[in-house]
Design a protein around this ligand. Structure first.
Ligand SMILES: Cc1cc2nc3c(=O)[nH]c(=O)nc-3n(C[C@H](O)[C@H](O)[C@H](O)COP(=O)(O)O)c2cc1C
Length: 313
């Protein structure tokens, strides 16, 4: 069994919120930790404490969760960082990877990567001001994959916890493949602990990467783990029969559906959320196309429940 590897559940905003993480970890206890989706970067002065509910350490169901900030000023980062420290966090992740044009055009997320001086100046203020360890989640750049090569050597001076690298550029969004060679090049020029993230969709993908990057033992998985929630277990050496797989997925689905029914206001929201989850989970059931179509098209909870019951029969 692979125990050496440390697996992070990636933040997927809109899906991997606290409820999802709790229920996922209860049914599939194979991730070592999760990074929570970024906390909405409101100005610290207007900050509403309700936005911290997703990362409140109480009730995170046993999966260690690291909160993520996406600011572009040290002042806002420190202000919210201190609130996170007050509720018990000792590790905060900085999102320098979000590719969404709405975010990046405001020089946040991957949109800050071309501005190396600003990132360095922010870290010079943030690191002495916070007790928590800081990690970064980056892409190769926003416009070009060279941006990371300006940044990485300058990060060596800081005591960062780790740097998670998703080897695409921001402009690329999720097109193309994650660039494994670019990740290899990064590992040559940084003294920091690097975490590989991108397109780990099967246990075979993981094995190829682990064989190629012998010095890496921290990995982050997002869409692959939403498509096949058993993937982190498979990576860690577990195997599941088709019947076990179905039973586990069914238990996870039902728990999530029931809890979301309590949390969300009205069947419209519930169905929307479940369909977002199925957009990934569908990949675990490629044979049952006609039932999947019914799930996707369900306009009432009765239709939805009937289709899902048939799938898990
Ligand atoms: C819908 C969606 C939402 C995401 N939300 C976040 C986020 O809040 N913070 C973040 O750092 N990355 C976010 N990501 C990026 C993922 O964490 C991850 O880096 C990316 O999906 C690549 O990994 P994967 O190939 O294993 O999915 C998001 C990705 C998607 C598709």
């Amino acid at each position: 069994m692979e125990t050496k590897h440390f697996l992070y559940l990636a933040p997927i905003r809109g899906i991997t919120d606290r409820l999802f993480r709790d229920i996922y970890h209860h049914h599939f206890p194979y991730f070592n930790a999760a990074i929570a989706p970024f906390i909405n970067p409101q100005r610290s002065i207007n900050f509403n404490n309700k936005l911290l509910a997703d990362v409140n350490p109480m009730g995170n169901g046993g999966l260690v969760t690291i909160p993520q900030l996406m600011y572009n000023t040290a002042e806002d980062f420190i202000s919210l960082g201190k609130r996170l420290e007050d509720i018990g966090y000792t590790h905060i992740n900085w999102n320098l990877g979000c590719p969404s044009p709405m975010v990046a055009n405001k020089q946040r997320g991957s949109g800050l990567l071309p501005y190396t001086d600003r990132i360095i100046e922010m870290l010079e203020e943030i690191i002495p001001a916070l007790r928590a360890e800081i990690s970064l989640k980056v892409r190769l750049g926003f416009k070009t994959p060279h941006e990371i090569h300006d940044l990485l050597p300058r990060l060596d001076q800081f005591p960062l916890k780790e740097i998670i690298i998703h080897p695409r550029i921001g402009k690329q969004l999720y097109r193309g493949r994650a660039d494994r060679q670019a990740f290899a090049d990064c590992s040559e020029v940084s003294r920091h602990l690097l975490v590989y993230n991108g397109d780990i969709n099967t246990a075979e993908d993981f094995r190829e990467l682990a064989n190629r990057f012998k010095g890496i033992d921290h990995w982050m998985i997002g869409r692959g783990a939403l498509t096949n929630p058993l993937l982190p277990g498979e990576i860690k050496g577990h195997s599941f029969t088709a019947a076990e797989r179905k039973e586990l997925l069914s238990g996870f689905h039902d728990d999530l559906y029931n809890q979301l029914q309590i949390r969300l206001s009205g069947p419209g929201h519930l169905l929307n959320r479940m369909k977002q989850i199925w957009a990934y989970l569908i990949g675990s059931f490629s044979e049952e196309k006609h039932i999947l179509k019914k799930i996707r098209k369900a306009s009432t909870t009765r239709h939805y429940e009937r289709a899902v019951a048939k799938l898990f029969q």
